[in-house]
Write a protein that binds this ligand. Structure first.
Ligand code: FE2
Length: 302
């Protein structure tokens, strides 16, 4: 499954058309409590310096001393070289199946770890979209976070706002979001552009959180699990100011971005449960593209 020389993996996709579209629309997926307890404990011990490091190999251009140095930083990427972390966290079957579905074959494994260690209780962070995000239909990498300890609401799990990966978004601090709480071993998958924050914590204790990216190495193709009754014409792309972006992303992921055009208004991909027939505008060869950069007032690029 893993190719050391290329630092990639391949496996069968596990997401269906509906689940891939859900990611395009919502911008996240959660796998609660999936990493084994023994591995969660080892991860905490490693991050707290209680476990000696035992890298499976030394990357080209690096020395053992380099790994020791970065272990003490907020970017302890050497943990990826530990066999147990690679096998049970980076290559967790549910996670890799999702990554394979979203990023295609030969997924690039993470090369940089961010470790967010917080002594709770703490107030909530300000809502933000992380540095260097881009808005667009392309999905060239996906961000993953990992909670190696039980992370209930009281321990300030990541909080995010569904559907905010498509545009710059403001939010008041007293407005909540989706709480990514879960038992130890919870993995979150999200679009790097999504609006998020560290939630407020009220309990005492250390909250570890690791964050890293998986990378696309092949052009997009619709090679995840096909659902026979999935219909592009009537699928749920979301509401106003969301549907056109989710649909554009789904087309890009399908390798068909060049075939995507919309006519605007109530036309496809927008729809309502109360309409008596499918939306007009599906399959048009001419029309508009969504204006991801929000340069035009009407929200459509040419
Ligand atoms: Fe952040």
């Amino acid at each position: 499954m893993r190719d050391d020389a290329k630092w990639t993996f391949d496996c069968e996709p596990t997401l269906t058309d509906t689940q891939v579209l859900e990611f395009c629309r919502e911008g996240y997926l959660l796998l609660r409590g999936v990493v084994p307890e023994e591995i969660n404990r080892r991860t905490c011990d490693y991050l707290e310096g209680k476990l000696p490091s035992n890298p499976s190999f030394i990357p080209a251009g690096m020395a053992v001393a380099d790994l020791e140095r970065i272990r003490g930083t907020h970017e302890p990427s050497g943990i990826f070289l530990e066999d147990w972390f690679l096998e049970h966290v980076l290559l967790h079957p549910q996670l890799t199946g999702a990554m394979r579905s979203l990023l295609g074959r030969n997924v690039g494994l993470p090369v940089l770890a961010s470790h967010h260690a917080i002594e709770c209780p703490q107030p909530a962070q300000a809502w933000h979209q992380d540095a260097d995000h881009v808005f667009g239909p392309e999905l060239n990498f996906v961000e993953v976070f990992y909670f190696p300890q039980d992370t209930p609401a009281e321990l300030g799990p990541t909080e995010l706002v569904a559907g905010t990966h498509i545009a710059s978004t403001q939010r008041q601090s007293d407005q909540g979001g989706v709480l990514c709480d879960g038992p130890a071993g919870t993995l979150g998958i999200h679009h790097q552009s999504i609006l998020h924050r560290r939630g407020e914590s009220t309990a005492a204790g250390m909250r570890h959180m690791m964050k890293y990216n998986y990378w696309r190495t092949v052009p997009p193709a619709r090679d995840w699990i096909a659902e026979p009754d999935f219909d592009l014409r009537t699928a749920d792309y979301g509401g106003h100011n969301l549907a056109r972006y989710a649909a554009h992303m789904f087309y890009w992921l399908s390798g068909r971005a060049d075939q995507f055009r919309i006519i605007g208004g109530q036309g496809w991909p927008w729809s309502s449960a109360n309409q008596i027939g499918p939306s007009y505008g599906f399959g048009r060869k001419t029309g508009f593209l969504p204006d991801w950069r929000k340069i035009s007032q009407d929200g459509y690029a040419t």
